[in-house]
Design a protein around this ligand. Structure first.
Ligand SMILES: [Mn+2]
Length: 331
């Protein structure tokens, strides 16, 4: 049995024995974080385990087809206080900063915070509880959650399969990023037996672009700056520009993925000016290690997809980013 299998068995037992469970995922949750959390939520509900799913902040309208307003609560708008719970399961991150300020509340109210995740553990992170499962070979957290539910002996049904399928399809970006493993396909083949409207999931996740978004994309494509013989692309945008067009940060990240489709581009950078002195950086690469880059700016993520938030940054961080990229390209 692999280490991960042993850990899954242990965690399954722990959850089965727990009186009550709180579930959460990272800020500005994506399809993977939300999908794995909702999959486990429906599964625990099915076996009558008292469970609450709490997001740190709002869930993007893109995921409304999963009815998060019915099954999850928002910490920033919480109506009922969090009662003490035996365990908190946090999906798709192992970085406590990404669940703040909910993190402090979970620390106070839960005996243990357990992370279920596939991101590399940051060098700067405090030690995780031993029951946490971090499998960086998994292409999505949904996959780890799927195996966890199998271990718990919970049978699949449409309410569990749909969000788990969303997790996998979202994080692999329609099976582009499967980490050279057949696992993502195999799990989805199983889940598909329970999904009635597969096409709708793809439409909701990838086919709902507004005309405003497409117009902005055309502007961005024209204004993208290229460096290092077009190996590096940099996009800059302000949150205000996005808001004016009724778009959000997730939409801007889609632009980033598109610039990476340029043949020569190895690394794409998105700089979003959130407010005065506050920036959000996102890095995507084909192969280069952009986790290193994000860590230089106190951020985190995956080897080929990472990000950071800069607070109290008095000027546009582009010169520092270019300097860091220079170092990266020398290696
Ligand atoms: Mn993920």
């Amino acid at each position: 049995m692999s280490d991960i299998q042993v850990q899954l068995k242990g965690l399954a037992r722990k959850i089965n024995e727990a009186k009550n469970v709180i579930l959460s995922t990272h800020k500005m949750c994506d399809g993977d974080g939300l999908g794995s959390m909702l999959g486990v939520y429906h599964a625990l509900n099915k076996v009558n385990k008292p469970v609450r799913a709490i997001t740190v902040d709002r869930v993007s309208s893109k995921y409304h087809f999963l009815s998060p307003e019915k099954y999850t609560e928002r910490f920033d708008q919480l109506k009922n206080t969090i009662e003490p719970a035996e365990i908190a399961l946090v999906f798709d991150t192992n970085d406590y900063r990404r669940i703040q300020p909910l993190y402090e509340e979970l620390q106070e109210k839960c005996k243990e915070i357990i992370y279920i995740d596939h991101h590399p553990i940051l060098k700067t992170s405090p030690e995780l509880s031993t029951n946490s499962i971090v499998d960086t070979t998994a292409a999505s957290t949904g996959e780890i959650s799927y195996f966890l539910l199998k271990e718990m002996g919970i049978s699949m049904d449409p309410s569990i399969a749909t969000p788990l399928y969303v997790s996998i399809v979202f994080d692999t970006q329609r099976f582009q990023f499967i980490k050279n493993s057949e696992t993502s396909h195999k799990i989805c083949a199983d889940l598909c037996q329970y999904i009635t409207d597969n096409e709708n999931i793809y439409n909701q996740l990838f086919g709902m672009n507004s005309l405003e978004k497409m117009n902005l994309l055309s502007e961005i494509i024209k204004e993208t700056e290229y460096f290092h013989q077009s190996k590096v692309a940099i996009i800059e945008i302000t949150e205000e520009e996005l808001r004016k067009k009724d778009l959000n940060i997730e939409d801007a990240c889609d632009f980033l993925d598109i610039t990476l489709e340029v043949h020569s581009t190895q690394l794409s950078v998105l700089i979003i000016n959130l407010s005065e002195n506050k920036y959000k950086l996102s890095f995507r690469s084909k192969k280069w290690n952009v986790l290193k880059l994000a860590e230089l700016f106190n951020g985190g993520g995956h080897i080929t997809s990472s990000g950071a938030i800069l607070n109290n940054y008095k000027h546009n961080p582009k010169p520092e980013i270019l300097k860091a990229i220079n170092e990266l390209t020398k290696q």
